[in-house]
Design a protein around this ligand. Structure first.
Ligand SMILES: [Zn+2]
Length: 323
């Protein structure tokens, strides 16, 4: 077998699809279930992924075109982007959690909305360099990226029909799920909820912490992350991922004194804004702003911080009576 195809034991094969080089490779699982061959995370919109899936399926003893269903752990384009091609190649349904439908259907539209909310919500002012950066970025996110992906609602029943157990693990995205193949229940496909780099974008910090407890409770043996090496023992990785983000949140809450703008908080965590960023660099900064806002809002939800809107631009400061 080529080195990008790994048998994880009892009916589960890991295939690292290359996404045509547009994204980092995605870990795709092929599951030999009672219902037939089931895919998890076929990856980005690339025909090379279909070729790789077809040949891995053949190695597993499946004839041509025998994939019966495809699932995604969440709605990001490097996980669901290939759905249209999967549907065309195998004539099967493609499932994602309904909370990730907006993401999955059109990531650029979703991205624009999140970025625009930073300025319209009063978190970044148009006068700051960050405000200028967001404006340029939003102008640059064009409609050519507007590929529409069709998705079907992932439910417990649907997962069960195809030999999978579904565990909701929101945080990275609101519709993030983890999937356990019934043929090999020690293996858990967690998408980008736990990654070997211990770094993931968190849409909701609060949900993420809850999901870490949920993952621990399902006591998996091996985690299959969305990208990179398999994670084992699973519990160690779950704990490491959680403690990294616990300290990050503590760091943000500790620096919020006296009053701090979002752009200042981002600088404290990620470093100074450099001049002449390319579009990828600008996108990274924008995501860092959104992520930092997530930490600060978590601090507000938990009663450590308050939002001060007296200046027009939102400032965060320590709550009088922090818990
Ligand atoms: Zn993701």
């Amino acid at each position: 077998m080529p080195k990008d195809v790994v048998n994880i034991g009892r009916g589960v094969t890991l295939l690292r699809v290359d996404n045509g080089g547009r994204f980092r490779p995605t870990n795709c699982l092929l599951i030999d279930s009672e219902a037939g061959l089931v895919l998890i995370d076929p990856g980005a919109d690339s025909e090379s992924n279909i070729t790789a899936i077809t040949s891995a399926a053949k190695q597993m003893g499946y004839p041509e075109k025998k994939v019966v269903a495809a699932f995604a752990t969440h709605g990001h384009p490097d996980h669901v982007g290939c759905f249209e091609r999967v549907r065309a190649a195998f004539d099967c349904e493609c499932y994602v959690h309904p909370l990730d439908f907006p993401l999955a259907r059109s990531f650029p539209t979703h991205f624009k909305k999140v970025m625009a909310a930073l300025t319209t919500g009063g978190y970044v002012s148009r006068e700051e360099p960050e405000g200028d950066l967001l404006r340029r970025l939003l102008d640059g996110v064009g409609d050519p990226l507007e590929a529409r992906v069709r998705v079907t609602e992932l439910t417990d029943e649907i997962a069960g029909m195809y030999g999978l157990s579904l565990v909701e693990t929101p945080g990275h995205t609101m519709g993030s799920v983890s999937l356990l193949p019934n043929v090999n229940p020690g293996v858990m496909s967690v998408g980008d909820t736990v990654l070997p780099t211990l770094t993931a974008f968190l849409t909701s910090v609060d949900e993420f912490f809850r999901s870490m407890a949920v993952l621990r409770a399902s006591s998996p043996r091996i985690l299959v992350p969305g990208h990179g090496e398999l994670l084992s023992p699973a519990l160690d990785w779950i704990n490491q991922m959680e403690s990294k983000y616990r300290s990050r949140v503590e760091q943000v809450i500790a620096t919020a004194q006296p009053a701090m703008k979002l752009s200042r908080a981002r600088t404290l965590i990620y470093g100074d804004l450099r001049d002449n960023l390319n579009q990828v660099g600008e996108r990274t900064v924008a995501l860092q702003l959104a992520q930092t806002l997530g930490y600060l809002k978590y601090g507000v939800t938990k009663g450590y911080l308050v939002e001060d809107r007296s200046d027009g631009i939102v400032k965060f400061r320590k709550a009088e009576r922090a818990p």
